[in-house]
Design a protein around this ligand. Structure first.
Ligand code: ATP
Ligand code: MG
Length: 544
């Protein structure tokens, strides 16, 4: 973790040193109502690293107290995503498992005269709450007797009222400058089946009541959350104190991570999926962890990016190019460098003596010999990139093939372009070349210098492939538009070409460097006839 900016580490360290806690126990509390996105990874890194650093552990706790939006599909996906990032929760808990205990504690508050059943409608409640400039007004039901409150609350639990008809509220202070302290609602009626509790409950606790109790029951020492909970902290502490909880957890807030060109609101991500503007939560353009994983992003690069961004008490926005750098760094030595041609141009080596192919040896990664070697096919029929050929050399900086010029084919021979075939529309469809057998790669031939080095694939052995090329999903900043109207229409382009038949071995999620191009990941849509690759990130243009 970034040493200089980590205020959190300092705070927790002083709690440990002063004996406030022996080890640090944290929790990651997602609502199971969406897939995790890269912003959640910021919270995960913080929770797990703080606990690790101080000899403790982290629980995964599903904050499933609002049955309206929750689903077990999301529970399973979240567990998988966290494992993929390389974090291992000590326990997996569900906030809903504490419903009985919470109900008991609500009764305790009623008995202490600290909670009451209110009949105000949701609209009236808004009106009574006041605002930043005006104090709230007390509900006419605020002074019900303890007995009446106990009876009404039990009736609420037993399903005797309609949704919205009654709530249980804490009795705190309607004129508090902190609006969260103006008699917050602790329970509301919802006639919705819960994904784990079924129809057992028709009253559900609100976050502000549920969360501190869950933390305390689990012995959480530090409840780390993002900055928007800052002004909920007094209420958090109030619940712990008034419920007389034995374990007293401490809430500490940190700034949220935002990334340029990246949408991190769950609501927006859901809209994109539901409107069909993306292919699903794992669309490779999505900032969800499943989307990034499919695209080919690595857990290590994501964690490095988050650590490099540092942690502070303000929300920060980091340039997405930093994540690209972390990806390049992680993939540079860990991937095999193979050849692919995205816009193929046919080349025939007219003096090649046979229709048979030959194989040349090649290291999988010239900078990391540990990745071993493979054989690359070469023969009479090859493909090169359309961009690597022009009729006439335009200037002295042009280091590729042109009529009359000679280039080195990476790992193979020098070839010289002698003749071009055009189609009826005047497009170049084939280049006829000759090769020089003396120039074979690895023989140390140095009598002539070629006009650059280009890559190729042998045509008869190559695999057909589609290349998914991406741009940011949302480039339009206009907040007044619906998110579905802001989708960049050029965010996903598909090219069709060839890739060398790399040991006949392409598995989903395998990552490669396509030389002179970028890093690519084998997509789940691949089949025997057509491989599909997602562009993870291009090589830096200076490397090309
Ligand atoms: P919503 O506000 O829609 O509920 P959420 O992003 O807060 O969304 P949760 O499922 O509650 O979603 O998130 C779990 C944890 O992840 C929370 O503690 C939240 O603060 C944290 N988190 C979410 N997004 C970010 C972010 N961009 N940066 C840092 N932490 C985040
Ligand atoms: Mg939230």
């Amino acid at each position: 973790m970034n040493e200089s900016t980590n205020f959190l580490k300092d705070r927790i360290k002083s709690d440990v040193e002063s004996g406030l806690c022996k080890k640090v126990i944290t929790r990651f509390p997602p609502e199971p109502n969406a897939y995790l996105h890269i912003g959640h990874a910021r919270a995960l890194v913080t929770d797990f690293e703080m606990a690790n650093m101080f000899g403790g552990y982290t629980n995964l706790r599903f904050d499933d107290t609002n049955p309206a939006k929750e689903d077990s599909e999301f529970v399973d996906a979240i567990i998988k995503d966290i494992e993929w990032l390389g974090f291992h929760p000590a326990n997996i808990f569900y906030g809903s498992d504490y419903f009985d205990k919470q109900y008991e504690l609500a009764i305790k508050l009623i008995k202490k005269g600290l909670a009451y059943v209110d009949d105000l409608t949701p609209e009236q409640m808004v009106e009574y709450r006041g605002d930043f400039n005006n104090p709230g007004k007390e509900s006419p039901w605020r002074n019900r007797s303890v007995e009446e409150n106990l009876e009404l609350f039990e009736n609420m639990k037993n399903g005797m009222y309609k949704e919205g008809e009654k709530t249980l509220r804490a009795k705190i202070d309607m004129s508090s400058p902190n609006i969260n302290m103006r008699d917050p609602v602790f329970y509301r009626i919802l006639n919705i089946k819960h994904h784990r509790q079924g129809n057992k409950w028709c009253i559900y606790p609100m976050y502000d009541f549920a969360h501190p109790i869950q933390d305390s029951i689990e012995g959480i020492t530090h409840s780390l959350c993002s900055l928007e909970y800052d002004n909920h902290r007094p209420l958090y502490d109030w619940v712990i104190e008034k419920c007389e909880m034995v374990n007293v957890p401490k809430q500490i807030e940190f700034g949220r991570l935002n990334i340029t060109n990246t949408i991190m609101s769950k609501r927006y991500l859901r809209q994109l999926v539901e409107s069909g503007k993306v292919t699903g939560y794992d669309d490779p353009r999505m900032p969800t962890l499943v989307g990034l994983r499919r695209r080919g992003y690595t857990a290590n690069a994501i964690k490095k990016f988050i650590n490099d961004a540092g942690l502070s008490r303000t929300n920060i926005t980091v340039d997405s190019s930093n994540l690209d750098s972390c990806l390049r760094e992680d993939l540079k030595l860990s991937t095999n460098r193979i050849m692919a041609v995205k816009n193929p141009l046919k080349v025939t080596i007219t003096n090649y003596p046979s229709e048979e192919v030959e194989y040349v040896d090649c290291l999988n990664n010239q900078e990391n010999p540990e990745l071993g070697s493979r054989k690359i096919a070469f023969g009479k029929h090859i493909y090169i990139e359309q961009d690597d050929f022009v009729l006439e050399k335009p200037n002295k900086h042009y280091k590729r093939l042109a009529l009359g010029l000679e280039v080195r084919l990476m790992h193979a021979y020098f070839i010289k372009a002698n003749e071009v075939k055009f189609d009826d529309n005047g497009n170049i469809v084939e280049v006829l070349c000759t090769y020089d057998v003396k120039t074979k790669s690895g023989t140390g031939f140095d009598e002539r210098k070629p006009n650059g080095t280009i890559h190729f694939v042998e045509a008869t052995t190559a695999r057909k492939a589609k290349f998914n090329m991406f741009e940011p999903l949302i480039t339009n900043d206009d907040d007044s538009l619906d998110i579905t109207e802001r989708v960049n229409p050029n965010s996903w382009n598909v090219l069709e070409g060839f890739v060398e038949n790399y040991d006949n071995n392409f598995n989903v999620e395998d990552k490669f460097q396509f030389v002179r191009d970028g890093y690519y990941c084998c997509d789940k849509e691949s089949n025997n006839d057509m491989l599909v690759f997602n562009c993870i990130v291009p090589l830096k243009s200076s490397i090309k």
